[in-house]
Design a protein around this ligand. Sequence first.
Ligand code: SF4
Length: 435
Amino acid sequence: MQGKYFINTYGCQMNVHESEKLAGILRSRGYTEAESLETADIVVFNTCCIRETAEQRVLGNLGIVKKLLETKPGLKVAVCGCMAQKPGAEKALKKRCPFINIIFGTHNLHKFGEYLDQLNQKKYIGEIWEKEEGIAEDIPVYRTSGVNAWVNIMYGCNNFCSYCIVPYVRGRERSRNADKICDDVKRLLDEGYKEITLLGQNVNSYGNDLGGEINFARLLERLSGFDYKYRIRFMTSHPKDLSEDVVKVIAASDKLADYVHLPVQAGSDRILKLMNRKYTQKDYLEKIDMIRKYIPHVGLSSDVMVGFPTETEEDFLETVNVVKRVWYNNLFTFIYSRRSGTPADKMEQVDISVKKDRIKRLIALQFDIGNREAKNCVGKTYEVLCDEWKDGKAKGKSSCEKAISFRSENDVKGQFVQVKITGTKNNQLKGELVY
Ligand code: SF4
C-alpha cells in the first residue's frame, strides 16, 4: 500500500477525464483516494491555462500545499496538464515552488506511473515532451463520472484560433483508431454505462489524419450500432467542420443525442476574422438552419466570448444578434483573457469595465431566453436519463440536454424514464414521472 492521493483538476472535460487516468495510474500502483488534501500522501495538480484565472487558482492552491508541508513534510506534490506544458513553465514552476516533486506535460501523462516509481530514489523528476508522440493506449482509468463515461476519440488541434493556447500545449490533431474506440465504448456499455461522451478539441476533424479510412460521421454510425439502450454525446465541434453528413447521422439514430454544442465565439465578421475562426456569421447561421432542418427539436449551446481585442459596441451587438436569432438552450459566456504567446495578446485590448458591462448584458439576455424557453417546455414529456437520485429527489437530462428535476420513490439512477414538465423555477425544469 502506497498511501493516499488527492487530485486537483482544473479546466475542461478533457482534463477531468485525464484526471480519471491519473487516478487509474495511482491506483494501479496501490494508492487509494484521500477524502481531502489534508489526509493525502500525494497531491496532483492537473492544470489548465486557457484563462489567467485558472493559472492563478493553481498557484494559490500550491501556496496552501506549501503551508501544509510545514506540518506534513512527507507529502509529495505533482503538477501536470496544460499549464506545465507551456514553454518554460517547468523551470518557472520549480523556481516558484521548489517543493514540487514531479512536473510533467500533456504529451507524457502516460509516463506518470514511471515517475511515481522513481520517487523513492529521486527528490525531483521534471519531464516535458516538446512534441506529441502518437497516442498512448491502454492507460488504466478510474471513472468517477456516474452514469456517463468519457472516451477520447482524438487529441490536439490544428486550428490556431488567435486567442487560444490549446494548439501550443496539446499539439496537432491525432485521431484514435476507430476499432479501439468502438471496443472501449462496447466495454463501457457492457459495464453498465448509459451515456458516452466522445471527447476531442475538434471532433469533426476526426479521421482527417487517418488517410481517408474513416471520418466522424462513419465513426458515429459505428458507435450507434450497439444493442443496448444508451446515448452518445460529443464535444467540441468547430462550426467550420460540422458537416451535413454528421447531422444526418445524428438525425437518423436514436442513440445519438439530439444536441449540438457549436461554439460561435463572436457574431461580428471582423472579430471572427481576427479570431481566425474561418467562418462568418452567415456561414454559422446557415449551419444552425441546416441542423434544425434535420433535427427540429435539437438542443443547441455555444461558447461566446466578449471583449476580444478591438471589439466595438457594434461588434458586440452582432454577437447579441446571433444569440437572439439562434435561441440557445445554454450559453457559456466568457470574458476574453490574454494568453501570452497567442496572436490576440499583441492586439489592442478592450477595457475591463467595457468587458464586464458586455458580459452582464449577455448573461441577462440568455437568462431571459432560458426563462421563456423553460416556460415553453411546460406540459411536454421528455425521455430523461436519471444521473442523480437521493431520498426521492431525482435529476437527469433529456436527449436535447434539458436538465430536469423530478420526484421518484424508487432509485432510478441510470435509468431512462419519461418525465412530464410541470413547472419552472429560475430557468430550471421540474417535472413528474409518467408511468
Ligand atoms: S478550435 Fe480554436 S478554440 Fe478550439 S481548441 Fe482549437 S484553437 Fe482552441
